[in-house]
Design a protein around this ligand. Structure first.
Ligand SMILES: [Zn+2]
Length: 228
């Protein structure tokens, strides 16, 4: 009988939303359009024509998303996208509430260089509805403190790390994005299914497509449940 390919991996949890024409996007971003380019019936084989924004579905933001001189997605060290993660339980919050440094106190002593932080808001339950846009968000001060603690990869199960405003501007602007990306870090958005991560310290992979010069790229985000 053959054992698992990677002996210490006991299971894999899918943290990615399905990617299709119905995938909700940030207001103003291109919508995904995915259609057959060839079919088995007509050509003998199936190929899709995939059109979408670089920030569609479960994806990673590179510093270049907000900073003209920032690193592009294909220039970043792969270590930013694979490693041990801390999942902060922030469920049960009201719409549009900020996540503050005090809210992160329960996990603060586990944060540091080489650790990803995943904010578990539970907002993925609203995927595909208007409520998805009224998500909790990380306030700028908390983002800066995380960066000061050495964290360079921050993800969440919501549309954006900053508040999403449909009309006008939010008071906080893009403070959290600027703090993380300004430190050469990356942001993972539209994660899902964090409630299925049961391992105390899962290994998480958010390796993006190697899109040349891009501001970000879709990922197949997964958590590995590893034997301690
Ligand atoms: Zn993004």
């Amino acid at each position: 009988m053959s054992g698992p390919l990677v002996p210490s991996v006991r299971g894999i949890v899918d943290l990615s939303h399905p990617l299709d024409d119905g995938t909700p996007v940030y207001p103003g971003d291109p919508v995904a359009r995915i259609e057959p380019a060839t079919t088995i019936e007509e050509h003998g084989y199936n190929v899709l024509h995939v059109r979408m924004g670089s920030q569609t579905g479960t994806h990673v933001d590179a510093p270049f998303h907000f900073l003209e001189d920032g690193a592009r997605i294909d220039e970043l060290p792969l270590e930013l996208f694979l490693g041990p993660a801390v999942v902060a339980d922030l469920r049960g919050r009201a719409p549009r509430t900020p996540i503050t440094w005090a809210d992160l106190a329960p996990v603060a002593d586990r944060l540091g260089p080489g650790r990803m932080l995943l904010l578990h808001t539970g907002w993925d339950a609203h995927w595909g509805t208007d409520a998805y846009f009224a998500h909790p968000y990380l306030d700028g001060d908390a983002a800066q403190r995380l960066v000061d603690a050495g964290v360079r990869t921050i993800g969440l199960d919501a549309l954006s790390l900053d508040e999403t405003v449909l009309d006008g501007e939010s008071a906080g602007g893009f403070a959290a994005h600027l703090a993380v990306l300004g430190a050469g870090g990356v942001i993972v958005e539209n994660l899902r299914n964090l409630s299925s991560v049961t391992s105390a310290e899962p290994v998480v992979s958010v390796l993006p497509l190697r899109l040349t010069g891009a501001d970000g790229a879709p990922v197949r985000a997964v958590a590995f449940d590893v034997a301690g």
